[in-house]
Structures are given as C-alpha cells and as structure tokens.
Design a protein around this ligand. Structure first.
Ligand SMILES: *[C@@H]1O[C@H](CO)[C@@H](O)[C@H](O)[C@H]1NC(C)=O
Ligand SMILES: *[C@@H]1O[C@H](CO)[C@@H](O)[C@H](O)[C@H]1NC(C)=O
Ligand SMILES: *[C@@H]1O[C@H](CO)[C@@H](O)[C@H](O)[C@H]1NC(C)=O
Ligand SMILES: *[C@@H]1O[C@H](CO)[C@@H](O)[C@H](O)[C@H]1NC(C)=O
Ligand SMILES: *[C@@H]1O[C@H](CO)[C@@H](O)[C@H](O)[C@H]1NC(C)=O
Length: 374
C-alpha cells in the first residue's frame, strides 16, 4: 500500500537502502586513499572539449582541487539554508542557446545552482540503534536502513498537498530526505549530488549503499550475500554497466542529447541508474569528484563522469538487470519469479507487480533448477 501511494504521488522518488554491516569503517582508513589522478594527466584532459564552451562547462585544471576530502574539510550539518539562485541570463545572448529545446534551456539556465536547502532531513539515520535486520542464507547479515529521496512537485497547488502527505508519512516512517528543488527528469543529477553530499555529512562510516529507482525490484537477501565477501574500502561500484554507450541523437528519445551539450562519440563507462551498489568510502570520494564537474542532465551518465575523474571503473554484474531481464519486453522471462529470486535488481515493474513479485519470491516458490547468477 505504501509503495503504491509513493509511486502515485511522486514518480521520481528514489529508493535508497543504506546497508550497514557490522564491520565498520574508520575515518583513518578513508584518508589513506591515494590521491586521485590530477587533471593534468592525459586521462583527465580527455574530459574537456566535449561541451559547448569547455571553459565555462569544465573547470580549468588549475581550478580543480584534489577531490579527496580531508578530515578538517566539510560541514557537519547541511549548510545550504537559502535558495538564491537566479537564471543565468548570460546564455540568452548565445546564438546556439536559442536553438535548443525548452527543457535544455531550462537545464542550462539553472545549471550553476548546485545545492539547495533541505525540507526534510534525518541526521540521525546512520547513528543509534539498528532497527531492521536482514538475514540471508546464513552468510550476509546486516542492518539495512531505507531512505526515500525527493525534490518538490512542479505545480504549486500539488506542492502544498503533497507536502502535507509527505510530512504525515515521514512522521510514521522517518525515512524521507527532501530538498527544495523541482523533482524533474533533468534534476535527477541534482538528486544524485545532494544525496552524495548528505552521505558525506551524516553517514561518513556507512559501509555500502544501494541506490535505485522506485520502480525496481530489489532482492535484499541476494544483495547482502553478494556483499558478504566485499570490503567497504574497496572501490566497489557495481551495476548494469554500459561500456562506450553513445549519446542518443534522436530528438524523440527521452535521453536525447544535442551535440552542443556533449560532442564526444561515447560516454565513459557507467552503471544504469535503475539500481547500483557502491562502497561508502567510494561514495564520499565521488561526492568530491562530482563537485569538480559541471552538471550533466542524465544522472547515471554524470556519475560515470565522476568515476572517470577518480579513475575508477564500474563493475558489471549479471544480477543487475536495469533494462529488464530480457531486452524483449514481451518476453515471459521478465515476469518469471524464479529469475527474480536469483537477481539483485530488476527494472522496472509497476507498483502492483512489485508487490505481487515480492510475495511470489518470498513465498513457497519451487524452481525446477537453481539459476546461478551470483
Ligand atoms: C540574492 O543574490 C543577489 C545577487 O547575489 C542579491 O542582490 C540579493 O540580495 C540576494 N537575495 C537574497 C534574498 O539573499
Ligand atoms: C554572467 O556574466 C557576468 C559577466 O561576464 C559574470 O560575472 C557572471 O558570473 C555570469 N553569470 C553566471 C551565472 O555565470
Ligand atoms: C531544477 O530545480 C530548480 C530549483 O527548483 C529549478 O529552478 C530548475 O528549473 C529545475 N531544472 C529542471 C531542468 O527542471
Ligand atoms: C519477444 O518475445 C515474445 C514472447 O516470447 C515473442 O513472441 C516475440 O517474437 C519476441 N520478439 C522478439 C523481437 O524477439
Ligand atoms: C507454504 O507451505 C507451507 C507448508 O507446505 C504451508 O503451510 C504454507 O501455508 C504455505 N505458504 C504459502 C504462502 O503458500
């Protein structure tokens, strides 16, 4: 019921399970990380030259600070308390800007607005007592904490209503993080960087993070089993990884990107945003790496760009099916519970389908053979 309500209310909400294992990570370990490559290296130079005016979109190497955080850096609480960000009207004088589609113009107008105030926060989320434990087949055992990440509704009338419903829901479950920016498709990148900054402030010692869309089937038992052999200090970033994906140039596509915004033939490797797993320490480094880049409208590609700054390769795993189990959408496999039982993440299901599949996978399901994907 809860899932149904949430999806009906704010389709762009993301589900985040912060998996806490008994192993803990000390800040000391965090600081031992070797510094990432500086932007003077040949690798980093590849980053420039792919946007309208590289000077304005990518900071010059001398302006880029080492994205490794230090103990003294960083605020202890969310430090953005006012929104004072006006449209960058300078752009209207650029001839190429006029030719862009309205949503790209809107994105570029506000691209420089990086952080917004929090409307709902849970600073206590990663401290205190564990309230939800998950046991998996005797191996992975961990405490899982769940958070929902939200922006604000686009229509003013809706906003007031939703806000009251959200406040009520948050009083019941205490698991909503909300920021004061429009929850739109092109603002998903904002959601990504706000969450990374939030983690850096409030959850510095969290071992692993799973982040996914609100329409994915997640199998926590398998996630924990997968994590049982992993160390939180690894450069772990696992998902449905795309290598050398090409920017989509067909205007009718949701992911269309005009060449003026990204001119290179392919994206850096990235994990499909439907659901991915990352180590806590890497997430903190990612926060600082992302802060060196201009925002890109596609959130999972943007995280791939941040990983490239750190020189970290995302790892592909067969248990992450962010494009469905079979590429053929009408294939029966996409609804087969025995497949779901062996997966970690499957994109994407309607709320009712999610509930039904959860019941099947966790019920008396007899599968003719063990499907090994882990
Ligand atoms: C917002 O910023 C502008 C320019 O920086 C400044 O003139 C204005 O007073 C600010 N408004 C508020 C409410 O802080
Ligand atoms: C617009 O141009 C002015 C003058 O060049 C500059 O000071 C300002 O920072 C620019 N605004 C933005 C949002 O980039
Ligand atoms: C992102 O959110 C900001 C703040 O609400 C808004 O001004 C901007 O128009 C949004 N951008 C897009 C592309 O929706
Ligand atoms: C997709 O799967 C359906 C059902 O299994 C099948 O009838 C159809 O031919 C498949 N389409 C393609 C393009 O493979
Ligand atoms: C599962 O099987 C057990 C024993 O066979 C039975 O008692 C129980 O009702 C079944 N549960 C469901 C959800 O079918």
């Amino acid at each position: 019921k809860r899932t149904l309500y949430r999806s009906a209310c704010l389709a762009l909400a993301l589900l985040v399970a912060v998996t806490v294992f008994q192993r803990s990570l000390t800040p000391g370990q965090f600081l031992q990380e070797p510094p990432p490559p500086t932007l003077g290296s040949p690798k980093a130079q590849k980053l420039s030259g792919n946007l309208v005016n590289p000077k304005s979109f990518w900071k010059s190497p001398k302006d880029v600070v080492d994205p490794t955080p230090t103990a003294s850096q960083g605020p202890q609480t969310w430090d953005v308390t006012t929104t004072n960000c006006s449209a960058n009207v300078n752009l209207t004088h650029q001839p190429w800007f006029q030719g862009l589609e309205p949503h790209f113009r809107q994105f570029l107008f506000y691209r420089h607005c990086r952080y917004f105030p929090m409307l709902m926060n849970h600073p206590e989320k990663c401290g205190g007592d564990v309230y939800l434990e998950w046991e998996s087949a005797g191996r992975g055992r961990g405490a899982v904490r769940t958070l929902f990440l939200l922006g604000t509704a686009s229509k003013q009338e809706e906003r007031t209503h939703y806000q009251q419903l959200l406040a009520y829901e948050d009083r019941l479950y205490r698991d909503i993080l909300q920021w004061d920016f429009l929850d739109s498709f092109f603002n998903l990148t904002l959601k990504e960087i706000h969450f990374l900054k939030w983690l850096d402030i409030y959850c510095p010692n969290i071992p692993f993070i799973f982040k996914g869309d609100d329409d994915v089937f997640v199998n926590p038992t398998n996630l924990l089993e997968f994590l049982a052999d992993r160390q939180p200090q690894e450069n772990l970033f696992v998902g449905d990884v795309l290598q050398r994906a090409r920017p989509i140039r067909r205007k009718d596509n949701k992911y269309y990107i005009p060449p003026i915004l990204y001119s290179k033939a392919s994206y850096p490797p990235y994990a499909g945003g439907g659901g991915f797993l990352m180590a806590g320490r890497l997430a903190r480094r990612l926060h600082h790496a992302c802060d060196t880049l201009e925002l890109y409208p596609i959130d999972d590609v943007f995280l791939g760009m941040c990983l490239e700054v750190l020189g970290v390769q995302p790892t592909a795993h067969k248990g992450f099916k962010t494009f469905g189990i079979s590429q053929n959408r009408s294939s029966r496999m996409n609804k087969e519970p025995c497949f779901f039982r062996s997966m970690l993440v499957v994109h994407k299901l309607l709320p009712a389908e999610l509930l039904a599949m959860w019941g099947l996978v966790h019920g008396n399901l007899t599968c003719s053979r063990k499907l090994q994907v882990l």
